[in-house]
Design a protein around this ligand. Structure first.
Ligand code: TZD
Ligand code: CA
Length: 535
């Protein structure tokens, strides 16, 4: 007879969950026994980095990723990073070790007293099976829950369960497949087509799900068909549309009043693959201009339910894009006041980069060097918070999967996420663009990058401060907030200490020369930059 562990490993192999991001403890060792065949265990040095790497990896592969966590303390460490995975709708399968069953009630050391409850606020589904025989089925449930809900799922397994016998019923799980299709009904489809076709000036707002679902190019076709301007949804974590396309109007600002202002003049706003909306700065006002109707299409039922305004259709945005493209006929009526309509003209040119102060570069100079020096299919994982305006002014991103940002704004995704994306896409250049504040929340990922020779360039922007918080302190009227400056950190030495070759560059030409080199492992390039405002 098989044991629970054998069935679990066989199930994970069949589901393609063979890369395990983890940080182990005693409770986890029995699950890891015999993991050799067909599996790859990627060690991260802190659970935040483990989850960040798995998040990047799962996003870039488009498939669930497996995470092995330690009990309460390890799972707790993972929670900050989980906020990003939840907001990015990343299907992570978290399997945590629990003390042996007889030791949980008496609270032996490393028992996770109410394991599911600890994680419940964040994960979509959390459980500890009621008996060892139920572990294979419960593991399958965790995988399918993560995939169907597109939200992390958490399974706590007492470690004595792994060696328990698995009966024939437990083996049934090996052949399970669970899928879902979410097409709008005929009537819903007709209604939507009517709304879009009758709009005089429709606008599209696209969310990160568009890129995550492989709909980047379809979105371009739809926008060109409509001749409608396109915005990316606020608090963007994936780029859903080429940012220099003539129909692209930029990332919507993350405040209620400025969103309303940006959408002025449109009678219909069609939001695809995004919540309505993920605001950040509190700038109250009307949600929408008077006379503007909003229709949201998302697979995320919770996002549809909590939206404060508009109609929502819970359906696959891909099916809706196909439907609209089929039924709308040739590009016609709507007129975009901001530019040419119909066929996309040439991509918008980039402005000359702003200049630094002689000693330090302007972030625009850094981004111009990336844009000019790196291949067009480079994937960027960005965690630099005061430089977003500079970023979008300089970059020219035309390919799917070009841009990742911590989806909930939780720092600590950038470095680990870049490691995960680079592991998922070894043939694509991957660059982490990380601030000197952000880097510290996921710094241990550098060790994993070195240990596994992950081909990754980290560009570390050192402005010596939490730049975005300086901007916020102005916005909130707190000019004297303490704890915002970060002097005295040399990331070349930190990186070298973790085994990642690193250098400091000063002039733009020096940066461009460094970027022209193509090492086959990780490297870090540190550059001093002037302080800028995020918008
Ligand atoms: N801790 C965590 C885990 N997430 C956060 N978002 C913050 C703290 C607060 N925070 C921000 O929201 S932005 C920011 C902090 C500390 C500054 C990041 O500094 P940086 O980038 O050097 O990476 P800039 O460009 O200097 O802002
Ligand atoms: Ca900084």
């Amino acid at each position: 007879m098989s044991c629970v562990r054998h069935v679990a490993h066989a199930f994970l192999r069949r589901q393609g969950l063979t890369t395990v991001f983890g940080n182990p403890g005693s409770n986890e060792l029995p699950f890891l026994a015999g993991l050799g065949a067909g599996f790859r265990y990627v060690l991260g040095l802190h659970e935040g980095a483990v989850v960040g790497m798995a998040d990047g990896y799962a996003q870039a592969t488009g498939r669930p990723a497996l995470v092995s966590l330690h009990a309460a303390a390890g799972s707790g460490n993972a929670m900050g990073a989980l906020t990003n995975a939840v907001a990015a709708r990343t299907p992570l399968v978290l399997v945590a070790g629990q003390q042996v069953r007889p030791a949980v009630g008496p609270e032996a050391n490393l028992a996770n007293t109410d394991a599911a409850a600890l994680m419940k606020p964040l994960v979509g589904w959390a459980a500890e099976p009621a008996c060892a025989g139920d572990v294979p089925r419960a593991l399958a449930q965790a995988v399918f829950e993560a995939r169907l809900r597109r939200r992390p799922a958490y399974l706590s397994v007492p470690y004595d369960d792994w060696a328990a016998d698995a009966d024939d019923n437990a083996l049934e799980v090996l052949d399970r497949q669970v899928e879902r299709a979410a097409e709008p009904s005929a009537e819903q489809g007709r209604r939507l087509v009517r709304q879009v076709a009758s709009a005089r000036r429709p606008a599209l707002v696209l969310g990160g799900d568009i890129d995550a679902d492989g709909l980047f190019d379809d979105a371009v076709r739809l926008a060109e068909r409509l001749g409608a301007p396109v915005w990316a949804a606020p608090s963007l974590f994936r780029l859903p549309f080429p940012n220099r396309h003539p129909l692209f109007r930029g990332v919507l600002p993350a405040g209620i009043a400025p969103v309303c202002e940006a959408l002025e003049g449109h009678d219909l706003v069609l939001v695809l693959g995004a919540p309505v909306f993920r605001y950040h700065e509190h700038l109250p006002g009307r949600y929408l201009p008077r006379g503007t109707r909003l229709v949201q299409v998302t697979e995320d039922a919770a996002a549809a339910a909590r939206a404060p305004v508009g109609e929502a259709l819970v359906a696959d945005p891909g099916a809706v894009i196909t439907l609209l493209a089929e039924r709308l006929g040739s590009p016609a009526a709507p007129q975009d006041p901001g530019g040419p309509r119909g066929a996309a003209g040439p991509y918008r040119p980039v402005p000359a980069p702003a200049r630094g102060d002689g000693r330090r570069l302007h972030p625009e100079q850094v981004f111009a060097a990336l844009r000019d020096g790196l291949p067009g299919d480079t994937a960027y994982v960005v965690e630099s918070t005061s430089t977003s305006a500079s970023w979008w002014r300089q970059m020219d991103l035309r390919r799917p999967g070009s841009y990742y940002f911590p989806a909930a704004g939780g720092l600590g995704f950038g470095l680990p996420g870049a490691v995960g994306v680079a592991m998922a896409q070894p043939d694509r250049p991957v660059v982490g663009v990380v601030g000197d504040g952000s880097a510290n929340y996921g710094i241990t990922a550098l060790w994993t990058a070195a240990r596994y020779r992950v081909p990754l360039t980290v560009v570390l922007l050192r402005n010596g401060t939490y730049g975005a918080l300086r901007w916020f302190s102005g916005l909130l009227g707190v000019p004297d907030a303490p704890g915002l400056d970060l002097p005295g950190m040399d990331f070349t030495r930190i990186a070298e200490g973790y085994g990642v070759p690193a250098r400091h560059v000063e002039a733009p030409e020096e940066l461009r020369a460094a970027l022209a080199e193509r090492p086959d492992g990780p490297r870090l390039i540190q550059v001093d930059t002037v302080l800028t405002a995020p918008s």
